[in-house]
Design a binder for this molecule. Structure first.
Ligand code: GTP
Ligand code: MG
Length: 206
């Protein structure tokens, strides 16, 4: 059966250098992981197709550079996003503190219509490094509750844990929002019946 609707949803990953944005994306889309670190320059995307009800949602997931050197290149890609995934490294408390900076930078450059309703999700990465975790769940909860109850996910690009759950939730949220937007843009338009023009009476003076 043909899907009823097809949506393309642009999603962006933001966070400090080395938190694992590229690794998460590669694990999610290609099921690949490497311990070699090659910093991202600029931005690039990979796609994943998911289905929701009888619709197809094509997630276009953008990976950006966390390094300050490349910030100016990345900000141009923020516009038109349906959701933003903020990423930090559980073993690096500074990367957690900087999540809020990334959220603000995103809002500034993406300039979404309804700022307080814009969907963010938090991916707490490197959860496999159990002995080195330095950010507590309490801190994460407090941050998320204070920011529109942002959903958070413990993930590991190395092991693959939590990544599907995280992106599935993001997909649920953007799908719902896109349906709502569609209702606003395309209201239920009733067909207009065109009445036949009555024949003019003979001898009409006009
Ligand atoms: P930039 O492109 O510079 O912004 O960094 P990034 O956020 O894309 O980080 P990247 O994915 O390149 O990962 C940085 C380093 O962390 C690499 O050496 C990865 O192998 C490692 N890494 C990423 N995710 C995980 C993880 O879940 N567990 C562990 N143990 N290492 C990880
Ligand atoms: Mg990268």
């Amino acid at each position: 059966m043909e899907p009823e609707k097809k949506f393309i949803a642009k999603i962006i990953l933001l966070g400090d250098a080395s938190v694992g944005k590229t690794s998460l994306l590669n694990k999610y889309i290609k099921n690949e992981f490497s311990l070699n670190y090659k910093t991202t320059i600029g931005a690039d995307f990979l796609t994943k197709t998911l289905t929701r009800e009888n619709s197809i949602v094509n997630l276009q997931i953008w990976d950006t550079a966390g390094s300050e050197k490349f910030h100016s290149i990345g900000t141009g890609f923020y516009r038109g996003c349906e959701a933003c995934v903020l990423v930090f490294d559980l073993t690096n408390p500074d990367s957690f503190k900087n999540v809020e900076e990334w959220r603000k930078i995103f809002i500034k450059y993406a300039n979404p219509a309804e700022e307080d309703k814009f969907p963010f999700a938090l991916f707490c990465n490197k959860n496999d490094m159990a002995n080195d975790i330095k950010v507590t769940e309490e801190e994460i909860k407090v941050y998320c509750l204070g920011h529109n109850n942002m959903p958070y996910f413990y993930v590991s690009a190395k092991e693959g844990d939590g990544i599907d759950d995280g992106f599935n939730k993001v997909c649920d949220i953007v799908y719902k929002r896109m349906l709502e937007k569609e209702d606003v843009i395309l209201p239920d338009i009733k067909p207009i019946r065109i009445q036949p023009i009555p024949e003019q009476k003979k001898g009409c003076p006009c």
